[in-house]
Design a binder for this molecule. Structure first.
Ligand SMILES: [Zn+2]
Length: 489
C-alpha cells in the first residue's frame, strides 16, 4: 500500500511538472515594428525587369561544356542597363570570368561588411515536362499578377531583388555606414565550384571578415507543411548538411550461372546494402531542438505536451521524427542506396559487383567519419569502399542564432510580413547551397530567401510552372531594403 502511494505521488508530481512545462511552453511575443516607406517602388517596373531576367537562359548543365557563357555576358549587360545608379555607386569585379562581386563602400570602415549572395544560373527544363508548363519556361510572361518562368524563385528573384533594393536606396539618397557586398555565382546548380567557391577564396585571401552573410536556403512556409502546425513559419538556415557518395565493390571469380556459389558478388553487395539500410546513423537532435522549441508551442494536443517536455520525452520525439522522411533527414545522416551494377548478361556471374550509396551528412560528422562508420557496418574485408570522384563535402559550419545578426534577419522578416502569427526559427538545410563555400568568413551565415510556399507549391522549385506573384516579389525587394537599412542602424 505504501509503495503504491509513493508511486501515485511520484506520478502526480510528474504530471504536474509536465503540465507546468506545457503551460509555460508558449510562443514568443512578437512586437511588430513599422516597415520602411516603400512608396517609391514601382511594382510594374520591378516585375518587368524580373521578367526580362528570366528570359536569359543562364542554364547550368550537368556537363559544363554544354553551358553557354555568352548568355551570361548578355545577362550582365542587361543588369548594367537596368541598374544605372548601382553601377555608378558600386564597384564590380568579375570573378572567374562569369561570377559577379559588387562592393558598396560604407562610410564607417570599423564596421564589418555585410554580404548578400545569390546565383545567376538556373536548372534546365526537362524536355519530358516541357508541355506541362502553362507558360513558356523562359518566356518571363506576366499574367494575372504572376511572373512565370525558370528562375522566378530559384533564384533570379534574389539577384534582381537585392539589386533593386540597392538601386532604390541609392535613388532615395541612402548612404551606408556599413559596406555591402553582392556576390552572385554562376554555377550553384552544379556545385558552385567555379563561382561561389572562387569568390569566397578571393575574400579569404584578402582577409576580409564579414559581419553576416545571407544566401538562399529556407523560406516562409504556410501552415500545414510541418504536420500539426497551422501557423506560417520562416525557416532561416544556420547550417547545411554535407554530402558524400560511396561506392562499394565486391570481386569474385565469376563464370557461368549454372553452378553458382552460395552468394555471388552481387549477392554480397546486396547483403551489405540491406545492412546499411537496417542500421541508420544515430539521431542527433541538437540542430533541430531550437526549431522545435520555437514551433512546438504552436502545436496542438499531445504533440505540444511531448515537445514541451523534451527533457523526458526525447526518445519519443526521436521516434516521431524518425517516422517521416522529411523530419528523419533533419536529425541524422541519411543513407540512400541509389545505383547498382552486376554482370552484363543474365547467365553470367559477375566477376565484380558494385553499388553507390549517397549520404547527407549531419554537422558534427565528416566524410571521413561516415566512411569509417560504413566500413564498420559492412564489416567484410572483401568489400572495397571508395568515394565517388567529384562528390564529397563536409557539413558547413553552424552559425550563431542568438546574436544581433539573426535578430536583424528576424526583424526584417517581421517588418515586411507584419504577421504576428509567423514563427521565425533557425533550422538545418537539407539540400546544398553556395553558402557552404563561405564557411569561415563569418560566424553568421544564414540561408533564407523571402519566398512563400504552400504545401502544393513546394515542388515548383526546380520543377514545372516555376513562378512568383508580383506582390511576393515586391516583398523580396522590401526584405532586402529592410536588411540593408537595418544593418546600418
Ligand atoms: Zn538556388
Amino acid at each position: 500500500m505504501k509503495l503504491l502511494k509513493c508511486i501515485l505521488a511520484a506520478l502526480g508530481l510528474l504530471i504536474a511538472v509536465m503540465a507546468l512545462k506545457t503551460a509555460t511552453f508558449t510562443k514568443q511575443e512578437v512586437t511588430l515594428l513599422a516597415p520602411l516607406n516603400d512608396s517609391s517602388l514601382d511594382k510594374q517596373a520591378l516585375a518587368m525587369r524580373l521578367s526580362k531576367a528570366i528570359q536569359f537562359k543562364t542554364i547550368s548543365h550537368m556537363h559544363p561544356e554544354d553551358n553557354n557563357p555568352q548568355v551570361f555576358r548578355d545577362f550582365h549587360a542587361f543588369l548594367k542597363t537596368s541598374f544605372p545608379a548601382l553601377h555608378q555607386q558600386l564597384s564590380l569585379e568579375m570573378v572567374n570570368e562569369l561570377s559577379l562581386l559588387y562592393f558598396w563602400q560604407g562610410s564607417d570602415v570599423s564596421l564589418k561588411p555585410m554580404l548578400i549572395m545569390s546565383h545567376q544560373d538556373v536548372v534546365p527544363v526537362d524536355s519530358e515536362t516541357r508541355e506541362r508548363w502553362l507558360h513558356a519556361p523562359f518566356g518571363g510572361e506576366i499574367s494575372d499578377g504572376i511572373i512565370w518562368g525558370r528562375g522566378a524563385i530559384d533564384i533570379k528573384s534574389g539577384v534582381l531583388g537585392s539589386m533593386e533594393a540597392v538601386e532604390s536606396l541609392i535613388n532615395n539618397g541612402f548612404k551606408p555606414k556599413r559596406s555591402l557586398y553582392l556576390a552572385f555565382g554562376h554555377d550553384e546548380e552544379i556545385g558552385g565550384v567555379a563561382g561561389a567557391k572562387k569568390i569566397a577564396e578571393l575574400l579569404k585571401k584578402r582577409q576580409i571578415e564579414v559581419e553576416f552573410i545571407i544566401d538562399e536556403g529556407g523560406s516562409i512556409v504556410a501552415g500545414g507543411i510541418i504536420p500539426g502546425v497551422e501557423d506560417p513559419i520562416a525557416l532561416v538556415g544556420i547550417a547545411e548538411k554535407g554530402y558524400v557518395s560511396l561506392k562499394i565493390t565486391s570481386k569474385a571469380v565469376g563464370g557461368h550461372s549454372s553452378m553458382p556459389p552460395k552468394h555471388s558478388a552481387l549477392g554480397v553487395i546486396a547483403q551489405a546494402l540491406v545492412d546499411l539500410e537496417n542500421q541508420p546513423f544515430p539521431a542527433n537532435l541538437r540542430y533541430s531542438k531550437t526549431m522545435f522549441d520555437n514551433i512546438g508551442p504552436a502545436m496542438g494536443g499531445v504533440n505540444r505536451v511531448v515537445f514541451a517536455n523534451m527533457w523526458l520525452t526525447e526518445p519519443i520525439v526521436e521516434s516521431i521524427l524518425s517516422g517521416s522522411k522529411t523530419t528523419n533527414a533533419s536529425i541524422r545522416t541519411t543513407t540512400a542506396v541509389t545505383m547498382a551494377k552486376g554482370s552484363s548478361k543474365d547467365n553470367i556471374l559477375p566477376s565484380e559487383a558494385s553499388a553507390v550509396v549517397n549520404f547527407r551528412i549531419m554537422p558534427g560528422e565528416t566524410v571521413e567519419s561516415v566512411t569509417e562508420h560504413v566500413a564498420s557496418i559492412v564489416n567484410n574485408p572483401n568489400i572495397i569502399i571508395t568515394s565517388v570522384k567529384g562528390f564529397g563535402n563536409n557539413p558547413s559550419s553552424v552559425s550563431v542564432s542568438d546574436n544581433q545578426n539573426f535578430e536583424l534577419i528576424k526583424n526584417s522578416i517581421y517588418r515586411v510580413t507584419q504577421d504576428k502569427d509567423l514563427i521565425v526559427t533557425p533550422y538545418l538545410v537539407m539540400a546544398g547551397t553556395d553558402a557552404k563555400h563561405y564557411s569561415g568568413l563569418s560566424d553568421s551565415i544564414y540561408r533564407f530567401a523571402f519566398n512563400r510556399f504552400k504545401p502544393d507549391t513546394l515542388d515548383r522549385m526546380h520543377g514545372i510552372n516555376e513562378q512568383i506573384k508580383v506582390d511576393d516579389y515586391v516583398d523580396v525587394v522590401r526584405f532586402f531594403r529592410e536588411l540593408i537599412v537595418g544593418a546600418n542602424l
